[in-house]
Design a protein around this ligand. Structure first.
Ligand SMILES: Cc1cc2nc3c(=O)[nH]c(=O)nc-3n(C[C@H](O)[C@H](O)[C@H](O)COP(=O)(O)O)c2cc1C
Length: 352
């Protein structure tokens, strides 16, 4: 078995295990609908030999976006736009998947190329909004969020179920919830961001309560036959934060609630968290989660074909590749083979 061997998750067979990591393009209009940029960007990568294209973090509600340029999936116009994206990705030969985002306190910031970028809050008078989070504790540089009420929670669960139904109708074949990098799901889990004293805060089992509700809501709107993945930290990489022991407990609970795979992406809850920079840094946590009986994937510093072979099957079941595929949409084809007749699209064979 290699990274090029198909992988089956529920009724879905992924043709290989090298997947486009979700990467925000900050290129939607104010309506949150995919644009021609998204069609060209994802189409090129789908033609580039990845077994799955994970479309970027897409907001389940207006106030859960990271920026005003995020994709959304809360209305029919957006679902129709996603359907076009699904068609392009499928037609040129990859599996379309969607990452759903609930940004929590990391909401309402700038886009990377404007002013102070993603570290600067956009206030309501400039088109921003007040973020919602487990506790009124801000991420450095961003706005102070409002602590969620139970009414906010109920609404968010409805938003998640609606987004899952929309993703299904658009034709996506796999759904991922962004539960890492300091977004709302991660904020609820971590004692560094969740200071609640009600049912949604306390020890790990209590802090897990609302995240598991989020998974239940997604599963209620997402067909049984289709796989559900959660992007999850393997630890917080900071004293007092989530440990790998905590996260194996979380992964066990996720598996019991219908999650088929975890996609490891650690850190970023707070700016002081250690930033790991060696190749395959998240994949190296993979073996810790083997005992849980859940499939594992990871992203992080994969820039060479040799990294893929090192990762699968020894560390994880699949690899998400980010920046290497931003630089070169054909990175996976090059990593696989230089023989045009082997894996490159036949339209390109005369190039060789
Ligand atoms: C421009 C850019 C946008 C990103 N947007 C997202 C996102 O929407 N969702 C997410 O989970 N991670 C996002 N990430 C993180 C990547 O998915 C990936 O995990 C990270 O870049 C590490 O993998 P790499 O070293 O292969 O790039 C983004 C990264 C970049 C560079």
């Amino acid at each position: 078995m290699t990274v090029w061997t198909p992988l089956r998750l529920r009724e879905l067979t992924l043709p290989n295990r090298v997947w486009l990591s979700p990467m925000c393009q900050y290129s939607a209009g104010a309506d949150g609908v995919p644009t021609d940029w998204h069609l060209a960007h994802y189409g090129a990568r789908a033609a580039g030999g990845v077994g799955m294209v994970m479309v970027e973090c897409t907001a389940v509600a207006r106030d859960m976006r990271t920026t005003a340029r995020d994709l959304g999936i809360w209305d029919e116009q957006q679902v129709a736009g996603h359907r076009r994206l699904v068609e392009v990705i499928s037609t040129v030969g990859s599996v379309p998947a969607l990452q759903l985002g609930v940004a929590g306190r990391k909401s309402s910031h700038g886009v990377p190329w404007d002013n102070a970028g993603t570290r600067s809050a956009v206030p309501p008078e400039q088109g921003g909004w007040q973020p919602l989070a487990p506790s009124a504790v801000p991420f450095a540089g961003l706005a102070v969020p409002r602590a969620m009420s139970t009414t906010d929670g109920t609404r968010l669960l409805e938003d998640l179920a609606r987004a899952a139904r929309g993703a299904d109708r658009a034709g996506y074949r796999l759904l991922e919830l962004h539960g890492a990098n300091g977004y709302l799901f991660h904020e609820f889990l971590s004692p560094l961001a969740n200071h609640r004293t009600d049912d949604w805060g306390g020890d790990l089992q209590d802090r897990l309560r609302f995240p598991l509700e989020m998974v239940r809501a997604l599963r209620s709107g997402w067909p049984e036959a289709k796989p559900l993945v959660v992007r999850l930290p393997a630890e917080d990489l900071l004293d007092g934060g989530l440990t790998t022991e905590d996260m194996t407990v979380v992964a066990t609970q996720l598996a019991a609630h219908g999650v088929d795979m975890i996609d490891l992406s650690s850190g970023a809850l707070v700016p002081e968290a250690v930033r790991l920079t060696e190749p395959l840094h998240n994949a190296r946590y993979g073996p810790l989660f083997r005992t849980v009986g859940i499939r594992t994937a990871a992203s992080g510093m994969v820039f060479e074909a040799a990294h893929l072979d090192e990762a699968v099957p020894a560390l994880v079941d699949a690899v998400f590749v980010g920046r290497a595929l931003l630089r070169d949409p054909y990175w996976a084809l090059r990593a696989r083979s230089s023989d045009a007749t082997d894996s490159w699209p036949r339209q390109y064979h005369r190039a060789f």
